[in-house]
Design a protein around this ligand. Structure first.
Ligand SMILES: O=C(O)C1=C[C@@H](OP(=O)(O)O)[C@@H](O)[C@H](O)C1
Ligand SMILES: C=C(OP(=O)(O)O)C(=O)O
Length: 439
């Protein structure tokens, strides 16, 4: 498999480029094939690397985050290749994990939070680093947990952040560990994913005041169980993973429902209908909450077989919404809220300050720049709709700021989105899919 330009660090030229976001030509009537879920993909890749036999991932997502995960696993000695004759399926061949390598995390939370525990199982040092924006994302709870499990960790910069080195000894004893995951659910997921390979497994207790993105932890538990691992999640905020083998699997990756969100929301702004095929009947993706949220904001939604259709009128209603379970939907919902007919309050997402950028600050600044009103609260945003005017939407290396800018541009003439290429983090060819939808 070739690692292509998608894994490159963003350069200044990228960052400065401005994309004129197209206005909606009228009501939409489109079907959009949304690529695979980055959250499922990167979990499947990690489990396949730790499994006892090869795995096949069907409908693999080829985006910056998944290519970085593949490259990192290869550096650790794992085979990750296109299946013969296709680029849509990947084959992962597990092997013994070797150290002496560097992991480029890019800006991927799933790479920087999931792989340190895998590196702990390798023989030798593994150095982790990433983009400039990645160096400010919180890592402390993962590093403290590894140290508590007697895995040596050396920090090379600001404590609790990239860059750092994990020195694996080929084995981790495991046992019990306390983790404050109020900053990110990924602190829990990263440890649970590797825990079946620890000699004593792992009992992990979350100690913080809040726990974001519970569906993503349920997704971790779900994929572990599907690979034959015994997990007890019967006590809230305590997880027990029994030691044992992880089975190789043949799986199809669900479409990324959080990346479906901007397309579905486009129908609410432009009017008309947007359909997304492959919508799972049941899912642990937080995007599964979308139909309910969009209905509350004025959409009509219908699931016909596996096709989700969202129909809008151009009229959007504000609402009071706790998004702690689905924080990654915030930029999309905030863009809708800025175009609504009444105010919106988004709560429960203080942890978004540690995402690709401080998303609460970024959304407030950029909506305000276009003439809107969006105030930060301690754990969210209050957005009061006002007539917007065109201008540049800055994206701060954040793919979801770019897709939020595209949504605003549907309704507001003259919106230019900075660095739309940042969408490649989780979705290849966003611009192509967006113009295809607009017809
Ligand atoms: O485990 C995962 O795949 C993710 C968990 C969530 O992280 P946080 O809990 O840090 O919000 C989510 O926002 C992120 O996009 C993906
Ligand atoms: C928070 C996100 O990503 P990451 O996996 O890098 O945390 C996101 O995709 O919205």
């Amino acid at each position: 498999m070739t690692t292509d330009a998608l894994t490159d660090r963003p350069d200044a030229e990228h960052a400065a480029a401005l994309w004129p976001a197209p206005q909606a030509p009228g009501p939409l009537d489109a079907t959009v094939e949304v690529p695979g879920s980055k959250s499922l993909m990167n979990r499947y890749l990690v489990l396949a690397a730790l499994a006892d036999s090869p795995s096949r991932l069907r409908g693999a997502l080829r985006s910056r985050d998944t290519l970085l995960m593949a490259a990192a696993l290869r550096a650790l000695g794992i085979g990750v290749e296109d299946a013969p004759g296709t680029t849509s399926d990947w084959v992962v061949t597990p092997g013994s994990l070797s150290g002496g390598s560097d992991v480029d995390c890019g800006l991927a939370g799933t790479v920087m939070r999931f792989l340190p525990a895998v590196a702990a199982l390798a023989e030798g040092p593994v150095r982790f680093d990433g983009d400039p924006h990645a160096r400010v994302r919180p890592m402390g709870p993962v590093l403290r947990a590894l140290r508590a499990l007697e895995v040596p960790v050396d920090e090379h910069g600001e404590p609790g952040h990239l860059p750092f080195t994990v020195t694996g000894r080929g084995r981790v004893r495991g046992g019990h560990v306390d983790v404050d995951a109020s900053g990110s659910s990924q602190f829990v997921s990263g440890l649970l994913l590797a825990a079946a390979r620890f000699e004593q497994g792992l009992t992990l207790r979350h100690t913080g005041p809040t726990l974001p993105s519970l569906p993503h932890i349920e997704m971790t538990v779900d994929v572990l169980r599907a690979a034959g691992v015994t997990v007890d999640d019967s006590r809230p905020t305590i997880w027990r993973v029994e030691p044992g083998t992880i089975a190789g699997r043949d799986v199809r990756v669900e479409p990324d429902l959080s990346n479906a969100a901007p397309f579905l929301c486009a129908a609410m702004i432009a009017g008309g209908t947007v359909r997304v095929p492959g919508w799972p009947a049941q899912t642990t993706q937080p995007g599964g909450l979308l139909p309910g949220i969009l209905e509350r904001m004025g959409a009509t939604t219908r699931l016909d077989g596996d096709v989700l259709a969202v129909t809008g009128t151009g009229r959007i209603h504000g609402l009071d919404l706790d998004l702690h379970a689905a924080g990654e939907l915030t930029p999309t919902i905030a863009a809708l809220a800025a175009l609504a007919d009444s105010p919106t309050r988004i709560r429960g997402v203080a942890h978004l300050r540690g995402h690709e950028t401080d998303r609460l600050a970024a959304l407030s600044t950029e909506i305000t720049r276009l003439g809107g009103q969006a105030e930060q609260t301690s754990d969210g945003l209050v957005i009061t709709p006002r007539p917007l005017t065109g201008g540049t939407v800055r994206t701060y290396a954040d793919h979801r700021m770019a897709t939020a800018g595209a949504l605003l541009g549907l309704a507001v003439p003259g919106v230019r989105v900075e660095d739309v290429a940042t969408t490649a983090k989780t979705i290849p060819d966003f611009v192509g899919l967006w113009s295809g939808m607009l017809g």
